[in-house]
Design a protein around this ligand. Structure first.
Ligand SMILES: [Zn+2]
Length: 308
C-alpha cells in the first residue's frame, strides 16, 4: 500500500487555554511516533491551505463568517464552553480542511492508496451552524462532499470510532442518504447524541458502548452494526474519523481499547475498501488526549494502513 501522511507546523499554532486536553503536544506526540524507522516508507507531505469555498459544502456562509470574525488578534478567546480560537486558528482550520481534501484527491488520482491526516483542530463535533467540542469546521464532512463534487463519488462512508459521538457529522448528513455515517462511542458521554434510534434517512448507524467496556463490545459493535452497514452501502470512499480517545489510558472517557483494537478496526475497514472502493481510505485525526495512548494508537493505525 502507498500511504501518505499530511501534517503542517501551523497545526501547533492553534492554541487552547492552559490545561486544555486538545493541545498542540498531541501532534508533537504523533509526529514523534511516526519518526520511527517502521514508518520510513510513509509519503510525507506538507498540508496545503484549503480552498475556503469547500467549507460551504458542509456549513452555511453566515456561520463561516461568524467563525472568521471570532478569531482574535492576540490571546485566546472562547467560542463555547470548551472550544476556543487563537490568532492562527483560521489558518490551522483551513489547512486541516486542505489536507483532508488533498487526501481525497490523492486516493482518487492513485497518488496514494490511503492517507492519514495528522491535523488540528478536529472536526466531528462541528455541526452545520455550531462550532463545539474543540471543533470549528467539520473536516470529514467537507472531505466527503468534496469527494462527491470533485471526483464523482456517489456513496461515501464516514466511520467514526472517536469515543465521543460525532454529532456534527450526523447533523450535516442527517437527511443525505448519499453518505453513510457509522459511529461507535461511549454513551452516556458528551455530547449526548448517538442513540441507536437516531437513524436519519436510514444512513446513520449509531453503536453506543457502555462505560467501562472494552475490546469485546467494540469489536462486536463493529462486526454486528458497522461492517454490515458498509457491506450494504458499497461506498466509493471510506473516510475514518479517527479519534483515539477510546484508548484505556484516555482521561476523557471510560472505554478500554488498546492499540491492537485500532489495528484490527483499521484492517476491517481496509478490507471493505479493497472490496468496494479500490482501497481508498482517508483517515482524519479527531480526538485522543493521553499522549502515550494517542501515540501508540496512531502508530498501530498507520502501520496497518501501510501494510494493508
Ligand atoms: Zn473524542
Amino acid at each position: 500500500m502507498t500511504t501518505r501522511l499530511y501534517s503542517h507546523p501551523i497545526y501547533l499554532e492553534h492554541l487552547t487555554p492552559p490545561g486544555h486536553p486538545e493541545r498542540p503536544d498531541r501532534l508533537r506526540a504523533v509526529a514523534r511516533v511516526l519518526e520511527d524507522e517502521a514508518f520510513a516508507k510513509l509519503d510525507r507531505i506538507e498540508a496545503p491551505l484549503g480552498d475556503e469555498a469547500t467549507i460551504l459544502y458542509a456549513h452555511p456562509e453566515e456561520f463561516v463568517e461568524k467563525v472568521r470574525r471570532s478569531i482574535p488578534e492576540e490571546g485566546i478567546v472562547s467560542v463555547d464552553a470548551d472550544t476556543s480560537v487563537s490568532p492562527k486558528s483560521w489558518e490551522a482550520a483551513l489547512t486541516a480542511i486542505g489536507a483532508a481534501n488533498a487526501a481525497v484527491d490523492d486516493v482518487f488520482s492513485g497518488a496514494a492508496d490511503n492517507v492519514f491526516v495528522a491535523s488540528r483542530p478536529p472536526g466531528h463535533h462541528a455541526e452545520k451552524t455550531t462550532a463545539m467540542g474543540f471543533c470549528l469546521f467539520n473536516n470529514a464532512a467537507i472531505a466527503a462532499r468534496y469527494a462527491q463534487r470533485r471526483h464523482g463519488a456517489e456513496r461515501v462512508a464516514v466511520v467514526d470510532w472517536d469515543v465521543h459521538h460525532g454529532n456534527g457529522t450526523q447533523d450535516i448528513f442527517w437527511d443525505d442518504p448519499s453518505v453513510l455515517y457509522c459511529s461507535t462511542h461511549q454513551m452516556p458521554l458528551y455530547p449526548g447524541t448517538g442513540a441507536k434510534n437516531e437513524t436519519g434517512a436510514g444512513n446513520i448507524v449509531n453503536a453506543p458502548l457502555a462505560p467501562r467496556t472494552g475490546s469485546d463490545t467494540f469489536r462486536d459493535a463493529f462486526l454486528s452494526r458497522v461492517l454490515p452497514a458498509i457491506d450494504n452501502f458499497r461506498p466509493d470512499l471510506v473516510i475514518i474519523s479517527a479519534g483515539f480517545d477510546a484508548h484505556h489510558r484516555d482521561p476523557l472517557a471510560e472505554i478500554n481499547l488498546t492499540e491492537e483494537d485500532f489495528d484490527w478496526a483499521t484492517g476491517q475497514l481496509m478490507g471493505r475498501a479493497t472490496q468496494f472502493s479500490n482501497n481508498r481510505v482517508v483517515s482524519l485525526l479527531e480526538g485522543g488526549y493521553d499522549l502515550q495512548g494517542l501515540a501508540f494508537s496512531v502508530g498501530a493505525h498507520v502501520k496497518r494502513l501501510m501494510k494493508g
